[in-house]
Ligand binder design. Structure first.
Ligand code: KIV
Ligand code: ZN
Length: 506
């Protein structure tokens, strides 16, 4: 925590988080959420502790207006906001949607004024002021954005902001619409604006140059009290400031309070990933699959001594668990710890054999998942592979453009059983089929994820979590075919749940 570095600056004590996943996030190419999905996300955001939820842009369609209206009527703790241009039609749509806040914007840069709005600066200023007054006269809280602020002539930007403040705006926003700012510019602009106005200032950064989070933090260093962000950083083009990254950085690096319940971050990230279909990259900070995974021998050794050797935050802070991944860089320490976690006490000789097999798989490009590790470890320990209670034997897929059907054969306690399921694609058909298998054992699938590979020599990976009597078990799968990797992951989770159940009952 480096708060003392900023003693001369005006670091706010607290930052309000303005989430725009449902508006700018929904502008991500290829994303379209149903009203029910938007409501589900809005509840998750509220639960996460977001202060202001930008629910949509009501004027774009009747459906969008109804979605915003329904969110506004859900009785959320967060303020619900609607986007509007400086036009009566847009503001009326926000009023009809019954929101608390309206986010009014007009572009102020000469580039936008000339090529998009075909207006003079004075005309844009006039619209900004009159529409702020109009929204205020209807009882709305006005959050005003000067679109393309970072490419706007700074004195004109300040003039616009001072004028809308006089017209009654409640807070101001500085968008880096094209992601063209760097931290020093953001700090300069926020500082300049803050010298001239009294109302809270916010920053809205895009990630075109990968600087959205850094620029948002620079804005806060200069005194911005509100930060716009989206879950998983989704949004137009390269996306927006990633909410999880900025919230954790504010907490960890600056000691600034937010209302965010950090431990809920991963859960909300997974929900948004599933509903939008925008896959979070494995190496993404905080919420990526590998964010708390350690493979190299030196790192694992350090982590086992103390996690802070190679982790800036503890995974539990954001609702995650640390994962030791085995591969060609693994050392004997990691192998020993993981074997113990699977209840296998191996001697030095067995550990060396196990490590040699793991390194050989790593050298040939393969990945040693926990499931695979368990299989090898059991063999090395002398325990027969077929002692598993549930084992995937065969999977067949048939179908065409209309949908897919899957048949899975399993060996369950020595009996061969067959299950089938259909779905719009192979993955959903596998989940349906495996759901029937695990339900019969009294378990339910609560989460799953597949990382397909398109490389002819690569392995797809999958992870699945199932719940049994309130206990969650996570299984992993690896196979060139993603659907088989997923079926393995679910059945490996079931195998672990069966073992846990046996231990509890014993
Ligand atoms: O990026 C942007 O400028 C916006 C505005 C609507 C604030 O999203
Ligand atoms: Zn934006």
């Amino acid at each position: 925590m480096w708060r003392n570095l900023f003693s001369g600056d005006s670091l706010p004590e607290r930052v309000w988080m303005f989430d725009t996943t449902l508006r700018d996030g929904e502008q991500t190419p290829g994303v379209a959420l149903t009203v029910d999905q938007k409501i589900e996300i809005a509840h998750a955001l509220d639960d996460l502790g977001i202060d202001i939820i930008e629910a949509g842009f009501p004027v774009v369609s009747e459906g969008e207006k109804q979605a915003v209206k329904r969110i506004a009527k859900e009785g959320l703790r967060a303020k619900v906001c609607a986007l509007a241009r400086t036009s009566m039609k847009d503001i009326d749509a926000a009023i009809e949607a019954e929101v608390d806040w309206v986010h009014i914007f007009i572009a102020t840069s000469d580039i936008h004024l000339k090529h998009k709005l075909k207006m003079t600066r004075e005309q844009a200023l006039g619209f900004a002021v009159s529409m702020t007054e109009y929204a205020k006269s209807h009882g709305l809280t006005v959050h005003f954005s000067a679109e393309d602020a970072t490419r706007t002539e700074p004195d004109f930007l300040v003039k616009v902001f001072k004028s809308v403040e006089e017209a009654g705006a409640d807070s101001l926003d500085i968008p880096d619409t094209t992601g063209s700012a760097m931290p020093a510019l953001m700090k300069y602009l926020v500082g300049k604006v803050k010298e001239s106005v009294r109302i809270p200032v916010s920053v809205h950064c895009h990630d075109d140059l990968g600087l959205a989070v850094a620029n948002s933090l620079a804005g806060v260093e200069a005194g911005a009290e509100i930060v716009h962000a989206t879950i998983n950083g989704i949004g137009e083009r390269a996306g927006n400031t990633s909410l999880e990254e900025v919230a954790v950085a504010l907490h960890k690096l600056y000691g600034i309070k937010t209302n965010i319940r950090l431990e809920k971050i991963y859960e909300v990230s997974r929900l948004v990933e599933k509903l939008t279909g925008i896959i979070v990259p494995k190496n993404k900070a905080i919420v990526g699959e590998n964010a708390f995974a350690h493979e190299s021998g030196i790192h694992v050794h350090g982590i086992l001594g103390s996690p802070e050797t190679y982790e800036t935050i503890m995974p539990e802070l954001v609702g995650r668990k640390r994962r030791i991944v085995l591969g060609k860089h693994s050392g004997i320490h990691a192998v020993k710890i993981l074997a113990k976690q699977f209840g296998l006490n191996l001697d030095e000789h067995q550990l060396k054999n196990l490590l040699a097999e793991i390194k050989a798989i790593g050298d040939s490009g393969g990945k040693v998942t926990e499931a695979l590790f368990l299989d090898i470890a059991r063999r090395v320990a002398g325990e027969a592979f077929r002692s598993r209670r549930i084992q995937l034997l065969e999977m067949s897929v048939a179908g065409g453009e209309e949908g897919q059907s899957v048949v899975i054969l399993v060996n369950k306690d020595g009996r061969i059983e067959s299950y089938g399921g259909v779905g719009p694609n192979t993955i959903t058909a596998v989940v349906k089929t495996c759901d029937a298998i695990v339900k019969k054992m009294g378990f339910e699938i609560i989460d799953y994820k597949v990382w397909p590979t398109y490389s002819p020599t690569g392995y797809s990976e999958a992870e699945a979590t199932i719940r049994s009597n309130g206990v969650e078990e996570t299984g992993r799968g690896v196979h060139p075919e993603p659907a088989i990797a997923l079926a393995q992951a679910i059945l490996n989770a079931a195998e672990q749940a069966l073992l846990t159940r046996k231990e509890v009952e014993a």
